[in-house]
Design a protein around this ligand. Structure first.
Ligand SMILES: [Zn+2]
Length: 333
């Protein structure tokens, strides 16, 4: 359910709604013009209707009703989606976890709500939020790779200060880079993908398949890696898969930092320390880029979705509000 925040209304009565569609839940928030969070709500992706589109639309309607009740009006909607996302056409070309093929979500939501709608890949939306936070924190925001690890795994490549989209909107499917030759079968049809070993859902699935008996999810399993041999083995495989994939990214892109986000990214040093070691050990001819934790945290996709409508970044309760810093444009080389 939506919960009311304590922000008083300003003279500007507009608000934007951002939604971040995940495989398990859809997170939503309404943002005031200066980026403060007015309302938050989360719904199951496959709710009573079993339809992610209905769930998304219902969540937006719920937030819209809440901001209207607070005396504001909806002026735009930002949507972050997993899968192959074509921001220009406003279409989710393919999202296996949602059962979507050529989902014209921008047109559908524009028709229903009558306001501008912007769409971005969830990982790329999160990278936009991360970029603003990094610049505000005095870190490099022009050359980094943002890797959110949750139900799935992706990577948003920021180079020259721009988030790379690719020819078909499919850039950044880091989770489906094969890192184990003839490895386990992935939902995408390939074998040995990073995601088969290192996503939160993969960790739980592999732990149970190996006879692990601890209750709970990926967080509990990874936390038990020092005491539970099955957890240790599954976690080691996850870290290895990630390290091999990240080494490839580092070698190809020469980023200043590999930034780990998403729910599992909050494992902190339990993940970052072996990842740093794993990447550094595999790179012989160059130094490894920094491996850092996300500054914005698990809410980055939602904040990034709100930024699609050019709302300034003040990420509510997830990070100290930084003032957006103008970025000097690079001289062409
Ligand atoms: Zn795959």
């Amino acid at each position: 359910m939506a919960e009311r925040s304590a922000y008083p209304p300003s003279h500007d009565d507009s608000a934007v709604v951002a939604v971040d569609i995940g495989g398990t839940t859809i997170k939503g928030a309404a943002f005031a013009p200066h980026g403060s969070v007015l309302e938050r709500a989360t719904v199951p992706t496959f709710g009573p209707a079993g339809s992610p589109l209905e769930a998304t639309s219902g969540l937006i309607a719920q937030l819209d009703a809440a901001i209207r009740a607070g005396g504001r009006r909806l002026t735009g909607i930002g949507v972050a989606s997993p899968g192959l996302v074509d921001s220009v056409r406003g279409t989710v070309t393919f999202a296996a976890n949602l059962g979507w093929t050529d989902m014209a979500i921008v047109d559908l939501l524009t028709e229903r709500f009558g306001v501008p709608v912007a769409l971005e890949h969830d990982g790329r939306a999160a990278a936009r939020a991360e970029r603003v936070a990094r610049i505000a924190a005095g870190r490099d925001g022009d050359e980094f790779v943002f890797v959110p690890i949750g139900t799935g795994i992706s990577a948003a490549i920021v180079t020259g200060g721009v988030v790379v989209t690719g020819a078909t909107g499919g850039a950044g499917e880091f989770g489906h880079v094969p890192v184990v030759p003839d490895g386990e079968l992935c939902t995408c049809g390939q074998r040995g993908c990073v995601e088969v070993y290192a996503s939160a859902s993969a960790i739980v699935r592999r732990y149970r398949a190996a006879g692990g008996t601890l209750p709970g999810g990926a967080r509990e399993i990874t936390a038990a890696a020092s005491t539970d041999p099955v957890a240790a083995s599954v976690w080691a495989d996850a870290v290895d898969a990630l390290a091999v994939g990240l080494t490839g990214l580092a070698a190809v892109l020469d980023p200043s930092a590999l930034v780990i986000g998403g729910g599992l990214g909050e494992a902190g040093d339990r993940l970052l320390v072996p990842l740093r070691e794993g990447v550094a050990r595999r790179l012989a001819w160059r130094s490894a880029p920094r491996v850092e934790q996300s500054l914005v945290g698990a809410g980055a996709g939602l904040i990034g979705a709100s930024l699609l409508l050019e709302s300034p970044l003040v990420p509510g309760d997830t990070v100290t509000p930084p003032a957006p810093v103008p970025v000097p444009s690079k001289e062409p080389s």
